[in-house]
Design a protein around this ligand. Structure first.
Ligand code: FAD
Length: 425
């Protein structure tokens, strides 16, 4: 008999809670990953850097395992198909994994757990993706927090010192031969320019994060988003470092968990405004204007620079994400769901909970969002956070001379009016 460890959003061997429990289960462990064909088929771009990133992270895990005379098994198909096959190929006692809180993932795990039980195989999942999950941090009456500050206060009070868990290499199942994992081409994707290296905590960035994080030209944030998304770094190591060195950065990590627990407790936010009244907003949804926004051709330099950074690199600085999202929803009165979907397709660090939470925040309809009448002025934002236009110059081509798609004062008045009418009903 063997046990299986199923990698998902936790693509690392070190300090991996579910894997740790599998390796202490008393049986040899076969590590597996499934390229879910259902998810991959939905991706339009066959040059998606995220798929390449995952593939390289798996390759790295495979190499590490080979050094210990083991290997990683990578499958392509739906999890149901793959587990049917695994149940036929091996005599399995238990499948171990780490919990995922997205609605689709919860549904998938329930299906797999049911399927496995038909084969008399147990399914055990663990908390690894976050420090606090589900109902770990709730109000005294047991209801979830929807405001960040009291949530983060309790989060910090509950936090205990974190120690990484060890890796018992000898418990990985031995594998003969020098087999390779499935290629990127075999799953229908192409090599891209992304290069996976094991993420590390960049102390120089984190220690002075609070001072410089808001200036996009300085690029003074960690870029750990993708690593946290796919679990190539352990959240526990990030939090422990943050606790010891920088509380402002710690707060960002708590925002991540805040939105994850919002999604867990209120899965309807995937499609709906957290604040119901905001469903009354009559979006203009002008397709031409949306196209101009997507192409970085709105005539607002800071907005266009941000979108071009996103289109070229898959990353956009947080300050500029806020400005571009505000511009789309307020200045152009385009439904936040359109912008959210665009970011989802482009961001390397795309995460449903964070993206949805932040878009709803920008549109004013989210939990703990700024009041709707606070409308970012893109010119003032640029003056304050990119005063020498360094960021703008970096991302806009020399011949850039777009006319503003709409004048700021007019757009502002129109947004105020539209929101006011929606909320008055
Ligand atoms: P750092 O600034 O170094 O922060 C460290 C980590 O903290 C991040 O990697 C992220 O995991 C977390 N974090 C930081 N800020 C937030 C936040 N506001 N909400 C939730 N988590 C946060 N973040 C994503 O991870 N995925 C998304 O899809 C995403 N979409 C966004 C959409 C909009 C409209 C806006 C305004 C913000 C979005 N963010 C998203 C939050 C934030 O912009 C990014 O996490 C951050 O810019 C990533 O850069 P970094 O990795 O250098 O993070």
């Amino acid at each position: 008999k063997v046990n299986i460890f199923w990698f998902r959003r936790d693509l690392r061997i070190e300090d991996n809670i579910g894997l740790y429990h599998a390796l202490h289960s008393g049986l040899q462990v076969i590590p597996v990953f499934i390229f879910d064909s259902g998810i991959l088929d939905q991706l339009q771009d066959k040059n998606d850097r995220r798929v390449d990133y995952i593939h390289q992270a798996l390759q790295s895990i495979h190499e590490e395992l080979k050094e210990h005379d083991s290997r990683l098994y990578v499958y392509h198909g739906t999890p149901t198909e793959v587990f049917e096959k695994i149940a036929g190929d091996f005599t399995v006692d238990t499948v171990f994994c780490n919990r995922d809180y997205e609605p689709n993932a919860i549904q998938r795990d329930q299906q797999i757990s049911d399927l496995l039980s038909q084969h008399h195989i147990q399914f055990k999942d663990f908390k690894d993706q976050v420090i606090f999950e589900k109902n770990d941090i709730v109000k005294s009456d047991g209801s979830p927090y929807t405001i960040f500050t009291p949530y983060s206060k309790k989060w910090k009070e509950r936090l205990k010192k974190i120690e990484p868990v060890s890796v018992e290499w000898k418990h990985f199942a031995k594998s003969e031969g020098s087999s390779e994992i499935i290629s990127l081409q075999a799953i229908g994707f192409e090599k891209t320019d992304i290069v996976f290296t094991k993420p590390t905590l960049e102390k120089t960035i984190i220690d002075s994060y609070g001072k410089y994080r808001d200036f996009p030209a300085m690029d003074h944030t960690t870029h750990l988003g993708i690593a946290l998304r796919f679990g190539t770094i352990s959240i526990r190591s990030c939090v422990q470092y943050a606790v010891e060195h920088n509380e402002i950065w710690l707060n960002e990590l708590i925002w991540r968990e805040f939105f994850m627990q919002i999604l867990f407790h209120f899965p309807k936010v995937v499609h709906q405004c957290f604040k119901k009244k905001y469903e009354n907003i009559v979006w203009r949804n002008n397709e031409k204007e949306f196209k101009a926004w997507c192409e970085g051709k709105t005539g607002y330099p800071i907005v266009d620079a941000g979108i071009r950074q996103l289109n070229e690199t898959g990353f956009m600085h947080n300050r500029v994400r806020m400005i571009t999202a505000s511009f789309l929803t307020k200045h152009l009165l385009i439904d936040w769901r359109w912008g959210e979907a665009y970011f989802a397709a482009k961001l390397l660090d795309y995460d449903l909970a964070a993206n949805n939470g932040n878009w709803q925040w920008a549109a004013g309809c989210g939990c703990d969002a700024a009041p709707y009448f606070r409308i970012f002025n893109p010119y003032e934002q640029a003056k304050k956070f990119d005063k020498d236009a360094e960021y703008i110059k970096k991302w806009l081509p020399e011949h850039y001379k777009e006319e503003p798609i709409i004048d700021h004062a007019t757009a502002r008045e129109r947004a105020l009016q539209t929101y006011k009418e929606a909320l008055a009903e």
